[in-house]
Ligand binder design. Sequence first.
Ligand SMILES: C[S@@+](CC[C@H](N)C(=O)[O-])C[C@H]1O[C@@H](n2cnc3c(N)ncnc32)[C@H](O)[C@@H]1O
Length: 191
Amino acid sequence: MPMTITVLRLGHRPQRDKRLSTHLILCARALGAEKVIYTGMRDTRLEEGIANVVTEWGGSFVLEYASSHRGIIRNWDGKMVHLTMYGLQAHEAVKEVKEIDEPLLIVVGGAKVPWDVYEEADWNVSVTTQPHSEVSALAIFMHLFQGDATLRHEFPGGRLRITPSHRGKDVEVEGGRRKRGSAKTKSSEST
Ligand SMILES: C[S@@+](CC[C@H](N)C(=O)[O-])C[C@H]1O[C@@H](n2cnc3c(N)ncnc32)[C@H](O)[C@@H]1O
């Protein structure tokens, strides 16, 4: 297994991609990436939103901006998977990827992926060879790669922690206070 997973998200456009990039970054964090680097247009609101999530929910995840993907992929000290619908089938390719013991960079596209990404990747990997979304492709690949450990990462130091419950919402707030609510409770809070 590699020491770390970093995700590189290409070509963020604040107007068009705000929700999708947020979902992608939250997916990467929840499933065990230690960092997301994004290119395209810098978006301080995106960065602030993710920083708030880390403060509230814990872990040491970081989001960084890079003006170009080129320096990131050329200087990457590890292996690189590029998720593209044109690549090798994920359930086959992942067998080789699992053999590595170096940091892994997973690249996901935006609107148009530059050709050098396909060339520099150690593996171009497709999830189903059908067009869908960078979020679903990332989630499925991370699960294939890490197995059930994907679902059991720890996020120490947060202000909020959910206790899984059959029905309703059970949230421990820093300091031991508990917030409970039924699924029917209307709330403007994200918890
Ligand atoms: C809107 S899609 C663009 C589709 C793109 N032409 C491609 O090469 O997959 C944006 C991103 O979603 C991811 N993606 C979409 N479908 C995928 C699939 N079947 N397998 C892997 N990644 C996929 C890729 O990272 C892609 O760059």
